[in-house]
Design a protein. Sequence first.
Length: 160
Amino acid sequence: MGSAVGSGQHQKQFLKWEGPLDSFTKAMPEDWPPYFQHCFEESQNNIELFVLTEKDRIVAGGMVFEGLPSEMQVFADDLRAYITKGYLYIGYLFVDKAYRGQRLGSLWLTCIKGLYGNKGFWLTVEDPVLRDFYEKNDFKWEKTLVYDGNSEELLIRNPL
């Protein structure tokens, strides 16, 4: 069983997901599972999945990855220093549409930061709104990564 987090009507359970992978992917935005499943199949030994649940329903979740996911190999030179220092990649963070606006993404990140103590984290985003969200959650913009005409913003949370 996980730890109770939040308060009042927003009380949730934070736990490492060890249930069926399809239950996890069904909770994601509908266009994410194929990309996530590819990443998971290639590197499942480097991935830990964590969720927030309410009454056994996944309401938020994401992954923590040790190393460099294959989908990020194109940015290997830009990320090498963080990987070498043991920073962990946060990916596929989602909140169920019915639960948005309750700060569950921030709660998930707070739980992850508490769980991993003095670790650094990195992630990338394509959407400027997401950049703002992560900056409000102690991540700092590092640089724009560009590959084949596409760009992603690299955000870092340094160890404490």
